[in-house]
Design a protein around this ligand. Structure first.
Ligand SMILES: Nc1ncnc2c1ncn2[C@@H]1O[C@H](COP(=O)(O)OP(=O)(O)OP(=O)(O)O)[C@@H](O)[C@H]1O
Ligand SMILES: [Mg+2]
Length: 289
């Protein structure tokens, strides 16, 4: 399977992007996929949620706005098959710096190119910030597809229509003609409320083809796990939230397998492929939890 780049995005804040990025990445890794999680959010919640230390100069920032090699920023987590490029508050600066750059929309795509071509990772997952600014646009251009978490609440459809509009814009501009939504994942589903069911029904009606079958329940332990620096499958291995993300990972792999069986456009010859062995053995980090 060629490396697939997937952005977890929704401009709406607090809908479960980071919770999904962490737990989906961890479940994919536990199912044998080699995963690189890119924390593109200055809040760096995915980084701390995996117990990884934030370091100044240790994010995608330098590679985005300068010539630093992204592969140098990869750190191995204590979890098998799971590496991360941490986030840091400096990433805020990228929202100001990027628009001034010539190829401002393609900076992340360019920086990820060599990592991607080394084919060490099955999946590169990008946790996007809650905005439709330069960082998120860069993620849209660099990605093959999007996973869009939607919280089971009012205004859920508004969020998705804005994401769809941005996808159309990125496709039509020619910046990434192949970009598509791999799936919508409904988060924080509470079976005791009518609202959750109504929102789920409504999104299913509008997006029957792309909504994931798996719905993520509202689960206190999913919210607690990051403060222990652990993905849910470590913090709460038998929990409902853990089980849901595990099934979601299986569903995502199925979709990727189907997609990779379809004919794809020719990939340009890499000009700066990094040493695959070096990527396989980045410096391990200590879990801070
Ligand atoms: N399924 C869930 N059950 C219970 N709490 C959840 C669930 N998913 C997320 N949360 C909690 O909701 C809050 C927002 O989640 P999260 O940080 O994943 O959203 P986000 O979209 O990444 O937010 P931001 O837009 O700020 O990056 C967090 O406190 C998180 O712990
Ligand atoms: Mg987040």
């Amino acid at each position: 399977m060629p490396t697939s780049v997937i952005a977890v995005a929704n401009q709406k804040g607090g809908v479960g992007k980071t919770t999904t990025s962490i737990n989906l990445a961890a479940s994919l890794a536990s199912q044998g996929k080699s995963v690189l999680l890119v924390d593109l959010d200055p809040q760096a919640n995915a980084t701390s949620g995996l117990g990884v230390e934030k370091r100044e100069g240790g994010s995608v920032y330098e590679a985005l706005v300068g010539d630093a090699l992204l592969s140098d920023q990869i750190v191995r987590t204590v979890y098998e098959n799971l590496s991360i490029i941490p986030g840091e508050v400096n990433l805020c600066g990228a929202e100001i710096d990027l628009p001034r750059m010539e190829d401002c929309l393609h900076r992340l795509q360019g920086a990820l190119h060599s990592v991607r071509m080394a084919n060490v990772y099955d999946i590169i997952m990008i946790d996007c910030p809650p905005s439709l600014g330069s960082l998120t646009l860069n993620a849209f251009v660099a990605s093959d597809s999007l996973v869009v978490p939607i919280q089971c609440e009012y205004y859920a459809l508004e969020g998705i229509s804005m994401v769809q509009r941005l996808i159309d814009q990125v496709r039509n501009s020619g910046d990434n003609p192949g970009l598509h939504i791999m799936g919508i994942v409904m988060t924080m589903y509470d079976g005791r409320t009518r609202l959750s069911q109504q929102v789920l029904d409504e999104v299913r009606e509008h997006f029957a083809e792309i909504i994931f079958e798996t719905t993520i329940p509202r689960a206190t332990r999913l919210a607690e796990a990051p403060s222990h620096g652990q993905p849910s499958l470590v913090y709460d291995p038998d929990g409902l939230g853990t089980a849901a993300y595990d099934v979601l990972a299986t569903e995502l792999i199925q979709r990727l397998t189907v997609a990779s069986a379809e004919p794809v456009a020719e990939v340009p010859t890499p000009d700066n492929v990094v040493d695959a062995a070096a990527l396989q053995n980045p410096e391990p980090v200590q879990n801070q939890a």
